[in-house]
Design a protein around this ligand. Structure first.
Ligand SMILES: *Cc1c(COP(=O)(O)O)cnc(C)c1O
Ligand SMILES: [Zn+2]
Length: 428
């Protein structure tokens, strides 16, 4: 059983260890985020093909490296989370001046964002500990992911989201049949309410970062990236073969609470502990200038993260006080990466750039590309560095941002003359 791997918790602030009890969130001493401790020794001597269930085309292929039991069931959306495509997008690589460039498209998850990875693991965990109701705070995607994954197996879910969440995300929550409560305040207020409700009503709290298992779901993206590079290596598809041994991969991902980047870091740390990689990738966290709590600390060179007043258009990364800030900061500092801030205008602009290679991103998804462009300008990335950006969520999640980025289509009378008259403005 995969849950045998799970042997305890360790505080990321004070290092104190705790036994693997069912209900444990942050460190009782200092509120630090808890790492799930895995007994990877057990697996260190096993061949790779025993660590991966390769016929399973979802994140459940990594069950031998996950701290939960198989949630059972066949062909449900819960079993379809993860295993998202990696695109090469040659024209974009060329326009960026990069020789090795990939885009991992997380919009292809069952509820159309990266958050499905965490929610899938949390629903499995809830079933294992017999939790009747799962609750989460969400800017929209974490809630949609929980609602969708919970609906897939008939688990009850309660979602607190800011009233200002994009309508498409709220619609998703409602359609998946979870109990939705919109808070007339920001995401941070929803976070507090979810924690209090979990405590008072005996619900299981999925809050990002607060629940130690969210990282364990998100780490599966790192496993997929590693497996992809390994496949390139085996197929000897050129210089990508040397990537894990030669130049480190640089990964760009947007950051709000900091749980995705912490999860990716954890995934590569697990692979390192298993002796499967020699070198960690460099992790670059991208924040909007208007929601830059972790980037501010990075720039000051301190581990003290001060809250901001977030106002970015990229709602998925709009966070005053990140729930997983310290680990997210260390994901960059410990891997030779960096934090980079980008203006909202650049984020909207890159929605268009990604669209032109067939990828429809929400603002938080295109922020990674905006960050990469800054890193190139600042000389942090050279043209032979292998680079991967992550589109964390679908553009359908926030259609109004997409429309602002794209501009309007002309409306004409139904005549060929009218078509002729608009052709110049379309630059065909
Ligand atoms: C949640 C989310 C992020 C940021 O993840 P954090 O763990 O909060 O840093 C980025 N993009 C999308 C689309 C998200 O839903
Ligand atoms: Zn502690």
């Amino acid at each position: 059983m995969a849950s045998d791997l799970f042997v305890g918790y360790r505080c990321s602030v004070c290092g104190k260890k705790y036994p693997p009890i069912d209900l444990m969130y942050t460190c009782p001493e200092d509120g630090g985020n808890l790492d799930v401790i895995l007994d990877l020794e057990k697996n260190a001597k096993r061949p790779v093909d025993e660590l991966i269930i390769s016929k399973d085309h979802s994140l459940w292929r990594y069950l031998p490296l996950l701290p939960v039991d198989d949630p059972g069931g066949v062909a449900t959306p819960l079993r379809a989370a993860g295993w998202t495509p990696l695109f090469k997008s040659q024209p974009l690589a060329e326009s960026l001046g990069l020789n090795y460039f990939w885009i991992k498209d997380e919009s292809r998850n069952p509820t159309a964002s990266f958050k499905d990875r965490a929610s899938a693991i949390l629903v499995a965990r809830a079933q294992q500990i017999n939790a009747e109701v799962i609750v989460t705070a969400s800017t929209g995607n974490a809630g949609a992911a929980l609602a969708g994954m919970a609906a897939a197996v008939g688990q009850k879910a309660v979602i607190f989201a800011p009233r200002t969440a994009p309508p498409a995300k709220v619609a998703q929550l409602l359609i998946y049949g979870s109990k939705v409560i919109l808070v007339d305040a920001n995401y941070d207020a929803a976070v507090g309410l979810a924690i209090q409700s979990a405590h008072d009503f005996g619900w299981y709290c999925r809050n990002t970062g607060y629940n130690p298992f969210t990282v364990e779901g998100k780490k599966t993206a790192a496993f997929e990236i590693w497996e992809f590079l390994l496949t390139e290596q085996e197929a000897q598809l050129g210089p990508a073969a040397q990537l894990l041994h030669d130049k480190p991969l640089s990964i760009f991902v947007s950051v709000g609470d900091g749980n995705i980047i912490s999860g990716i870091h954890k995934g590569f740390k697990d692979l390192h502990a298993l002796g499967l990689i020699n070198q960690m990738p460099r992790l670059f966290g991208i924040q909007s200038e208007k929601s830059a709590a972790i980037a501010n600390a990075f720039k000051k060179g301190t581990e003290v993260i001060e809250p901001v007043s977030a106002t970015t258009r990229a709602d998925s990364i709009s966070v005053n006080m990140p729930a997983d800030g310290l680990r997210a900061l260390r994901a960059a500092t410990e891997t030779g990466g960096a934090y980079i801030t980008v203006p909202d205008e650049a984020i909207l602009q890159e929605i268009k750039t990604l669209g032109k290679v067939g990828i429809f991103a929400e603002p938080a998804g295109s922020a990674s590309l905006a960050g990469l462009r800054v890193a190139l300008t600042e000389g942090r990335i050279a043209k032979d560095d292998p680079v991967l950006i992550i589109n964390t969520g679908s553009g359908l999640k926030d259609v109004s941002a997409a429309m602002d980025a794209s501009g309007d289509a002309p409306v004409i009378h139904p005549t060929l003359d009218a078509v002729k008259s608009v052709l110049p403005s379309l630059n065909i």
